[in-house]
Design a protein around this ligand. Structure first.
Ligand code: NDP
Ligand code: A1CAB
Length: 273
């Protein structure tokens, strides 16, 4: 089924999704976007072959599926601003961190199908991962469309408990940033030992890419994959012992917990409004 898709807010996350959809064959003519920053419109239209509108209502009015891609603190006023264009045959897909389905239903007023999603920016290169949960008005056909759309730029998991979306955010939505940070530190450490930046970046990045590819393609026990690299009293053991001594487990767990906690707070902040 060829549906018209509107993106309300076309920043980092929407661009990653649109890039992923376009690369996997979704036609530019079936995608429109809207954002207040008109200076970006020409660039977005050229980059993705889509049509951009200044008024959210103009994009929403012609869509079968509307992706809500503004910051969580903007979402209520943005949705209320285009409320006149909402139709009950539309499907709304929110990517906003923390915002609960019942808040979205209240703001959209009309009884519409709503999917709350938590994608991540690797969507831009076809390696996205998204958590999804749908409201009771979402039909099986709409769920299948959403799953296909999200798979076009990576993969997805459905969760059956909305509280799990906080964990999805902590392990997936925000997580590429943790790995970017680790890479930044590794590249710096390589440079401190005398490598030039390009060489340090290539070595560190391919190590991360290769490790992730082994886990996703071999589906082996991760601890065993780690042990396979770790010779007794060898170089890897020296590095891993340092990571443990410096508290990697507590550090990573605290980061994941802080992320989920912030997602929960955002939900609570906007639930009552
Ligand atoms: N970035 C990420 O990795 C992820 C983000 N998300 C979620 O995606 C959403 C967007 O985040 P992100 O893409 O990073 O943020 P960005 O700031 O990059 O994108 C938001 C876009 O919305 C535009 N905008 C602001 N106000 C309006 C308005 N009134 N009408 C239409 N457009 C408007 C902004 O324009 P301007 O720049 O001019 O203000 C900007 O282009 C958030 O809810 C976030 O929680 C989810 C998963 C991952
Ligand atoms: O930091 C944020 O709030 C968004 C949501 C997940 C990734 N980025």
């Amino acid at each position: 089924m060829s549906l018209k898709i509107a993106f309300v807010g076309v920043g980092n996350m929407a661009s990653a999704i649109i890039g992923g959809l376009r690369a996997s064959g979704y036609a530019g003519e079936s995608i429109v976007g809207s954002s207040i920053n008109v200076e970006d419109h020409k660039n977005l239209e050229q980059r993705f072959g889509i049509r951009m509108y200044e008024d959210n209502q103009d994009a929403v009015a012609q869509a079968d599926v509307v992706f809500l891609c503004v910051k969580p603190n903007m979402l209520q006023s943005v949705v209320e601003g285009f409320a006149d264009a909402v139709r009950d045959d539309q499907l709304y897909v929110s990517v906003a961190a923390g915002i609960e389905i019942n808040a979205l239903e209240k703001w959209l007023v009309k009884p519409v199908a709503v999917v709350r999603s938590m994608p991540n920016t690797p969507a831009l290169v076809g390696s996205g991962m998204s958590g999804l949960i749908a409201n009771s008005r979402t039909t099986d056909e709409q769920k299948a469309w959403v799953a296909d759309a999200f798979d076009s730029f990576g993969s997805h998991v459905w969760v059956d408990n909305e509280a799990h979306m906080h964990t999805v955010t902590a392990l997936s939505g925000s997580a590429p940033a943790y790995f970017f940070r680790v890479l930044e530190v590794m590249i710096e450490a390589g440079m401190a030992q005398g490598l030039d930046e390009a060489t340090s970046r290539k070595l560190s990045t391919y190590a991360m890419k290769g490790a992730a590819a082994m886990v996703t393609t071999l589906d082996d026990d991760i601890a065993q994959l780690r042990r396979n690299i770790t010779s007794p009293n060898g170089t890897t053991q020296a590095a891993l012992e340092t990571l443990e001594q410096q508290g990697i487990e507590a550090l990573v767990t605290a980061a994941v917990d802080a992320c989920a906690k912030r997602s929960k707070e955002l939900g609570e902040e906007f639930a009552s409004k």
